[in-house]
Ligand binder design. Structure first.
Ligand SMILES: Cc1ncc(COP(=O)(O)O)c(C=O)c1O
Length: 368
């Protein structure tokens, strides 16, 4: 099997426990277990868990997405659900259109299936929204799927529902599926553009999890919502690679799902209190342009005149003890993804160090 290593994941894992101010993460702080009301019986390993997921979790998802049980596939996080979607849909010689800048897992998954990833640009000058006409021009008879994120990682742009609908429509006309990873979608205020792509067409697959907005990455509770013909393939695959989900995680997920209405505003509040700190700093730097995040806990920025940011991120880490993600991991040399979930004093200090590192770097490399 030929595949491209997922370099970003290796980087993210390596630095997560490194010393320094951590501004590389994109997820919410985990809630304390008592906030979720876990009960002793949740730790019962001999649960009634059905092999493809606890029926209570399946029911929750059916109600949430207004879909049937045949459309639900549980997986190990959104990552696992993305794997199942790619593996179920794609094969050697197929083409898959992938947004860029984009989450690098998608490019690795395309390579894994033998499909060719064709980039669909999300340009800063178009507010990171993909152009439906440009998309139409990329589709051909070998194209099986378009892959998007909403909110967009890395820019945290929200895709207006009508825009998303237009993209789904363009694909539907050519019999192409749309995979929309919605793991960041609940960062939006409920009812304010947070419409799921599921239901926008019968060619839509949605993936998500409790990781980014709810801080529950550790539960590995993720899902795909997909047309029946796709979930059937996913089930065939699950039988081969992951025949039983972890009952303990399923039991805890039942409590977590019941707690979502209480947890969801916490991430939004964190965004609303920390983003102004970052914005103020960004606005004090005429050499930086940025995408205004619709929500979430990261900002995507470019240092004008800087061609690449890999070395800057290394200097920032080694000499300034501050960790960010260089744009190279998102096919965007010259950009940086900077997280702001950390507490305000550390956040201000991290931004100040970033500013000093940029100034120093520019002074040495003669960037204007
Ligand atoms: C778009 C996207 N999907 C999925 C994931 C991974 O999430 P999970 O923990 O649900 O596998 C990430 C993590 O950065 C992501 O950015």
């Amino acid at each position: 099997m030929d595949f491209e290593p997922f370099q970003y994941m290796r980087y993210a894992k390596r630095i997560e426990y490194a010393d320094g101010i951590y501004m590389a993460g994109s997820g919410m702080t985990p809630p304390r277990p008592e906030m979720l009301g876990f009960k002793p019986e949740d730790y019962d390993l001999d649960s009634l868990c059905n092999s493809y997921g606890d029926p209570r979790n399946m029911d929750w998802l059916c109600e949430h997405y207004r879909c049937g049980g045949e459309n639900v596939m549980l997986a190990a996080g959104s990552s696992g659900a993305n794997f199942l979607a790619f593996a179920a849909v794609l094969g050697a010689g197929d083409r898959v259109i992938v947004e860029t800048p984009g989450y690098p897992q998608f490019f690795s998954l395309a390579a894994l299936t033998g499909a060719r990833a064709v980039p669909l640009p999300r340009r800063a000058e178009n507010r990171f929204l993909p152009d439906p006409d440009e998309l139409a021009g990329l589709l051909d008879d070998h194209t099986r799927m378009l892959v998007l994120t909403n909110l967009h990682n890395p820019s945290m742009t929200a895709m207006p529902p009508d825009h998303l609908r237009a993209l789904v429509q363009v694909c539907a006309q050519r019999g192409v599926l749309v995979l929309c990873d919605e793991v960041y979608l609940d960062h939006l205020v409920p009812g304010d553009g947070d419409e799921s792509a599921w239901g926008m067409g019968d060619n839509v697959i949605v993936t998500s999890s409790l990781t980014k907005v709810y801080g529950l990455s550790g539960l590995r509770f993720g899902w795909a919502i997909a047309p029946r013909k796709v979930t059937e393939r996913m089930l065939d695959l699950a039988d081969i690679v992951d025949p039983q989900l972890v009952p303990l995680a399923q039991n805890l997920a039942i409590r977590a799902l019941a707690s979502l209405p209480r947890l969801r505003p916490l991430a939004r509040r964190l965004h609303e209190s920390h983003w102004p700190i970052v914005r103020e700093w960004l606005n004090s730097r005429p050499d930086i342009e940025y995408a205004r995040p619709a929500g979430g806990l990261t900002v995507w920025m470019r240092v004008r005149g800087m061609e690449e940011t890999g070395n800057l991120a290394t200097v920032l880490r080694n000499d300034f003890g501050t960790l960010v993600v260089p744009g190279e991991y998102f096919q965007s040399p010259g950009w940086l993804r900077v997280g702001y979930r950390i507490e305000p004093t550390a956040l201000r200090e991290g931004l100040s160090r970033l500013g000093r590192a940029i100034d120093e770097f520019k002074a040495h490399s003669h960037v204007s």
